[in-house]
Design a protein around this ligand. Structure first.
Ligand code: RIB
Length: 333
């Protein structure tokens, strides 16, 4: 059944340069093989598009400038089937802009000029909650007061809250989020909040235990890039290996992961299959360039899963036990 997700988050235009390597401080590089592009992005918008492409009824609240970038973004969201009736046009600030440098191998560095995103107000959220969402989905790329108010309004109505903890700021008041269903930072965000870099199972567990003292979350899910995902439910922890792909651009992989995990979990309450599904969606997204341009559909994820199952069955039949063992993972996706 289609569930309604209220995404309260950010929208940006990404100025993306694909380059050989990033410059050192004080260095100028003229990269004659570089390419650049203006791509719709923003952590909130990327997630909203992922929700829509996975079949959710997605209502997106964001603030954009009264400029051509804002208009371009709005028409893209509409074309994706996203409900934009609560999108706000800010007459004082331009649409957010992210400068993204993507190195060979897919790793990126992102600098965000927040623009209208930083001007989202607590009072902007009363109306959007009239859409009766099944869940509220948040990131930390808009004004703190809007994030905190969305949590308050959700708690008042008993609506579950999902938080993709990006981007992280050590002084963000995590306790004011209240009750959260899933709280999901990546490795660097985890380090900012806890002071612990989750580089292996041991450090990830220590970080997750510390995070659970800071946030009242049912599940902590740490995105660990090519090391996969780590989940702690307060009693046990689980590790979910990443899919084996060749990365082109990792931009938006985290946004895709958390949105897909959230929507899958909303549908059947199974956190394990939700994380496996999210791993596949994120893996597909890193094989493609750009933010919104890299987000797969549900059909593409299912197609990937079926092809993987088939390859594993063939390998097993041919006596390749290593691949055969991986079959049980794919089965539960
Ligand atoms: O997570 C990727 C996103 O971060 C980019 O699209 C950029 O806009 C920044 O918000």
């Amino acid at each position: 059944m289609k569930k309604r997700v209220l995404v309260v988050s950010s929208a940006n235009i990404d100025f993306v340069q694909n380059i050989e390597r990033v410059p050192y401080s004080g260095e100028t590089i003229v990269d004659y093989n570089a390419t650049y592009n203006y791509v719709p992005g923003g952590k909130g918008a990327n997630s909203a598009i992922a929700f829509a492409r996975f079949g959710a009824d997605c209502v997106f609240v964001c603030k954009v400038g009264a400029d051509s970038n804002g208009a371009r973004l709005k028409s893209l969201y509409k074309a994706e089937g996203i409900d934009t009736r609560f999108m706000i046009e800010d007459r004082e600030n331009p649409t957010g802009l992210a400068s993204i440098l993507v190195e060979k191998g897919g790793k990126n560095r992102i600098m965000v000029f927040p623009g209208a995103n930083a001007n989202m107000k607590a009072e902007d959220l009363e109306d959007p909650f009239t859409c009766y969402p099944d869940a509220v989905y948040l990131q930390l790329e808009i004004a703190d007061e809007a994030v905190i108010e969305a949590c308050r309004l959700a708690a008042e109505r008993d609506i579950p809250v999902f938080v993709d903890a990006a981007p992280a700021r050590f002084d963000f008041p995590l306790a004011s989020l209240g009750k959260v269903e899933i709280f999901s930072p990546n490795e660097s965000e985890c380090r900012v909040f806890t002071g612990i870099a989750p580089t292996n199972e041991d450090s990830a567990l220590r970080a997750a235990i510390r995070l659970r003292k800071m946030v009242d979350a049912k599940y902590i899910v740490i995105k660990m890039g090519d090391k996969g995902a780590f989940m702690f439910d307060g009693k046990e922890y689980f590790v979910y290996p990443s899919e084996n792909v060749i990365p082109v651009d990792t931009t938006a992989a985290g946004d895709v992961f958390t949105a897909v995990m959230t929507y899958s979990y909303m549908q059947n309450g199974n956190i394990h299959s939700a994380i496996r599904m999210a791993n596949v969606a994120a893996a597909i997204s890193v094989t493609r360039a750009g933010a919104s341009t890299s987000i797969p559909t549900l059909a593409e994820v299912l197609e990937y899963r079926d092809a993987k199952k088939k390859a594993e069955a063939e390998a097993e039949a041919a006596g390749d036990t290593e691949n055969g063992e991986a079959d049980s993972e794919a089965e539960t996706l």
